[in-house]
Every structure is written in structure tokens, then in C-alpha cells.
Design a protein around this ligand. Sequence first.
Ligand code: BDP
Length: 329
Amino acid sequence: MRKLAILGLAAAALTAGMVLASAPGQAKEWRGWNIHVPDYPVSKAMDAFTDMLAKRSDGRITAKTYHSGVLGTQPDAIEQVRLGGIDFGEFNLGPMGQVVPTADVVSLPFIFKNMDHMHRVMDGPIGDEISAAMAEKGLVALAWYDSGARSFYNSKHPIYTPADLKGMKIRVMNNDLFVGMVEAMGGNATPMAFSEVFQSLKTGVVDGAENNWPSYESTNHFEVAKYYSDTEHLIIPECVCINKGLWDSLSPADQKLVKDAARESAVLQRKLWAERAEDSRKKVEAAGVKFNKVKDKAMFQAAMQPVYDAFLKQHPDLKKLVEEIKATD
Ligand code: BDP
């Protein structure tokens, strides 16, 4: 029922957007998609972004981010921003890979050594190459946001080696790469929308999932899956993206204004992210989460060879990019 009501609201919001778009002489408010709750680092940074747009354009550009995924699931929202049904959004490059294969290079398990390495890659020419591939699909990446490192958590037992995942049903984001990743570790992967995961963990539809500390905490998954094992197998950046048609319709000065605001919001987001990661971890540990360190990450890395082999077989053209990421200091 609640979901229907939310869908209804989303539909009403869509209709309102269309009506505004067609009203002559009236600037249309841009609508933005975000999956996270309002106090999440992504959400606060997006609010700062839209505030900057309004202020710096003297109200010519107005934009509002709809938080908590009320405008739909992430794969749908990516499509909507491509098509212009939604104007902008903050996306994880995991689900983005299904639309933009080049973006998949950052979803390869253990491709980044750590967060700093990811930043160096994304803030340099490789990030630009991924942006260019996204633009070809109708999405202009304005800035990269942080999403920490993803680790496995479950309701059964701690994970120390890939063998501990054997037979476990693990929810993954919507991308074939993640299905292959979990299967290569011996688990059974279930792609599922973010909003479905809490209930699925609670009722045992899945035994576990994988995410960073802030999402594990903000979704209350820690209440129903108490074992968090720091595999840190994925470090996936996120982006603030805008519909390409809308972007192309802006004057060069407005494009600069929008990009600068997004980049400044990313500086804020990265700072808020680091703080929230600490706070979330403290909060869930205080709530009784059983955390364990994974001593031998090399075992997990070694298990990922078939994932790389299959990916490069399917996308031989991306081999160079994968090698360049690995070779980035
Ligand atoms: C979070 C990402 C969000 C994803 C979510 C998920 O920020 O974009 O939708 O994970 O697991 O960390 O679906």
C-alpha cells in the first residue's frame, strides 16, 4: 500500500514536471533522483548543489532533488535521466555499467587499491574517458562522489575466506558482473532493488548482501544481518549526472556554473562521507554488529580471476583501460 502511495506521488511529481515544462515563459524546475535518505552525505551534497544553482543563477536555474528513491529504482532512474524524464541524478557506477559498458571497469572487484587510488583514477584522464562513454549514452557526468568500500554482511556467520560464502544467497546490485563475482566465490547471487533488501534479509529470502558502512547503517540492514566482514571487494565511485539534451541546451556560462557547483558539492560530499563512514560504523558496532577483519584478502582477489577473464573476453576493447587503472600510482 505504502509503496503504491509512493509510486502515486512519483507519478504526480512526473506529471507536475511535464506541466511546468510546457508552461510558456516559466522556467522549469529540474528534478533530480537520489536513492538515499535526506541526512545521507549524498543527499546533503545534492541539496548544497541545488542551492548553489539557484543562488549563482539568481533564480534562473531551480532544481530539486527527490531523496529516498521516490522517483523509482536506480536502473529505471538511469534510463529516465538518459531520456529526459528526470533531469539529473546521483548514480552508483555499478548499475551504470549495464548501460555504459566502459563504466564497468570500476566495478571489477579489487580494481582499486584504496579510496585514494580510486580518486586519482577518477579525477584524471580515465575518469574523463568514462565520462565520454556516458555522454554517448545521454548522460553528462558533472562530478564524482564517494561511496566507500563495499564488504559482505549476512545473518549466518562471519566470512573469513571465499569458502565461507558457499551456498549463501547474497543480494547484489543490478549488474551481471556482481552476479559473476558472488558466484566465483561460491555464493548464490540475487540482483535486487535497494529498497527490497531489508525485507528480504529479514524474511530470509537472502542471507546477506554487500555494502559500505553508511548504507548498511542507514537502511537498518545491520538489524537483520549482524555479521559484517571487511572484504572491501568493491570501491565504486558515484556520479552526479545530467541529461545530455538539457546540458546541450545551456549556454557555455551556465554549463560552467552547473559544473562548478557539482564539483564543489563533491568536495563537500567527500568530507561528509569520511565523517559518516566513521559514525555509521560506531553506531552499528554499538548496536551489537559482529565485525570481523579478513586477514587474507589475496584469497578473495585470486577467486576473482574468472570474473576478469569473462569480462575481458566480452569487452576486449576495455583491456587497455583496466591495465591503465592498475598501472595508476
Ligand atoms: C549504495 C549506493 C546506492 C546503491 C546501493 C545498493 O550508494 O547507489 O543503490 O548501495 O546497494 O552504497 O543498491
